[in-house]
Design a protein around this ligand. Structure first.
Ligand SMILES: CC(C)(COP(=O)(O)OP(=O)(O)OC[C@H]1O[C@@H](n2cnc3c(N)ncnc32)[C@H](O)[C@@H]1OP(=O)(O)O)[C@@H](O)C(=O)NCCC(=O)NCCSC(=O)Cc1ccccc1
Length: 158
């Protein structure tokens, strides 16, 4: 799966509206991400970036971007980054996430996901911490997340 998602991203984003289309395809596969309308802007092994616009549908009672919308953005990029970074023999699933809300989130929010270390092949499952930093249009950090990915060998096909 890893190589195919990266291949799809690299081929589709060479075309007009490719970044938009790639993001729509991911939201079709995992519909809850559609609630924040993420726009993938960069995807390569060990790094992913995406942004969300400050729309009414992601706004809280303070008029800022809802913290859970930022959590959703964090899961979106951390998941895709992990998917294109792990060896083909491995799979991943998020195990937990801790978050910090550092500043009121106003305007388009840009997230960047990176792993604590490059994921490797293993016969045993292991935890891969993924750091996500979200910045506002002024490049101030408004949100941080640390997502624990469980990376384990793909089960043998029956
Ligand atoms: C799996 C583990 C994390 C660790 O448990 P351990 O016992 O140490 O590990 P163990 O390896 O023994 O496996 C145990 C069981 O887990 C299964 N399995 C393992 N790997 C995978 C895999 N890659 N995919 C599927 N299943 C996998 C495995 O078959 C077995 O299942 P069984 O029991 O036979 O039916 C467990 O605590 C858990 O399932 N937590 C809930 C996790 C959860 O629901 N997260 C939120 C969902 S993501 C989301 O909503 C947001 C999002 C979307 C997209 C993008 C980004 C974000």
């Amino acid at each position: 799966m890893s190589a195919s998602v990266l291949r799809l991203y690299n081929s589709i984003t060479r075309k007009p509206f490719g970044h938009w289309l790639f993001s729509r395809l991911i939201c079709f596969k995992a519909p809850y991400f559609g609630s924040i309308k993420p726009r993938m802007t960069m995807l390569e092994p060990n790094r992913a970036e995406a942004s969300i616009a400050h729309r009414r549908s992601v706004t809280n009672h303070l008029g800022t971007v809802h913290a859970i919308a930022l959590c959703n953005l964090a899961e979106f990029i951390a998941g895709l980054m992990t998917d294109v970074s792990i060896p083909a023999s491995m799979r991943w699933i998020p195990k937990g996430m801790s978050v910090e809300y550092l500043k009121k989130a106003v305007g388009t929010q840009r997230g960047v996901a990176t792993p604590e270390f490059p994921p490797y092949e293993s016969t045993e499952g292991y935890e891969l911490p993924v750091d996500v930093v979200v910045t506002n249009p002024q490049s101030d950090v408004v949100f941080k997340a640390r997502i624990s990915m469980w990376v384990s060998p793909k089960p043998a096909r029956a």
